[in-house]
Design a protein around this ligand. Structure first.
Ligand code: MN
Ligand code: MN
Length: 299
């Protein structure tokens, strides 16, 4: 990684971390998810970064993938276990970070601590020499030591320029990842999830989060309005995930065309990811730069 890329990652990391910390102050019973997400995203862009993905707010048994839709009436309530996941990019260099907060109750303090500790422990041992199965084992052992399960089918991931999920996966369990090791300068988002449920997630309804999928297929769209919308979306968001509510504001009156693009598979609608047995889920995430002798947290 050259100096310029490094500086841009650091800048994205600082802005993402500030946005996450600001977001935590907004998590109060009665607050609307739509307002929280909008305010955090404004903070990121005001600080000069781009949005690497829509702010995700996942409650209780929902592990990941929910962003409020336009004027979503859903509000937080006392006792909610809230996963707040935010991402910023500077010139395409992405930082991804998440935190869990339980609102005004303390039933899940230990579970929140378990995912926090798992992240801390794996950051302590991660170098370019550590097999990824060992990273997964560290996460798994830490979470199980508190009496919870890691979520085995959610993984950390490499990030690349304008690419939120590069090829690399950082497992949360020891039987995945094998002997693979990382390279000096690899940037990875590590995200242990803990649960009192089954330990895996299943796909649910739509998350209101989309990504451009197939621009070749887009050439064959017959209806002009739909075709034009795809070109606008593709130009605007490129390879990064985007929110239904952003499209609603940027391209009003195109909601029908947007549904068509999704049905055609030209844009992909991510599903919500629910704990399979309805367990509560906690998560903590940092983005790190991996080196020969350790790793540097940028968020
Ligand atoms: Mn994340
Ligand atoms: Mn992530």
């Amino acid at each position: 990684m050259d100096d310029s890329a490094y500086e841009k990652y650091k800048r994205a990391g600082k802005i993402a971390a500030d946005a996450r910390n600001y977001g935590v102050t907004l998590l109060k019973p009665g607050a609307r998810l739509f307002d929280i997400a909008t305010m955090i995203e404004k903070k990121i862009t005001k600080n000069g970064a781009g949005l690497a993905f829509p702010v995700n707010i996942a409650l209780n048994t929902l592990a990941a993938h929910y962003s409020p839709w336009y004027e979503d009436p859903l509000s937080l309530k006392k006792g909610d276990v809230v996963k707040l996941d935010v991402g910023a990019h500077f010139d395409g260099y992405i930082a991804d970070t998440a935190v869990t907060v339980e609102l005004e109750t303390h039933l899940y303090d230990v579970m929140i601590h378990a995912s926090d500790e798992a992240l801390k422990k794996v950051i302590d041992v991660l170098t370019t020499h550590l097999p990824l199965s060992e990273a997964g084992k560290t996460i798994q052992n830490t979470i199980t030591s508190f009496g919870y399960k890691p979520i085995e089918n959610l993984m950390g991931h490499g990030v690349d320029r304008y690419e939120l999920h590069s090829g690399i996966s950082i497992p949360n369990v020891g039987n995945l990842g094998g002997k693979t090791t990382l390279h000096d300068g690899d940037v990875v988002a590590i995200e242990p999830f803990a649960t009192n449920g089954a330990g895996h997630v299943i796909a649910g309804q739509g998350s209101n989060i989309y990504i451009c999928k197939d621009s070749i297929k887009a050439k064959f769209i017959r209806d002009n309005k739909t075709k034009v919308l795809f070109e606008k979306i593709h130009t605007h968001f490129g390879t990064l995930p985007f929110a239904q509510r952003w499209c609603h504001e940027l391209f009003p009156n195109d909601d029908v065309a947007m549904k068509k693009l999704s049905v055609l598979g030209v844009i992909q609608h991510y599903p919500q990811l629910l704990e399979a047995k309805g367990g509560i889920v906690t998560q903590k995430e940092h983005t790190v730069i991996v080196r020969e002798d350790g790793c540097e947290v940028i968020t």
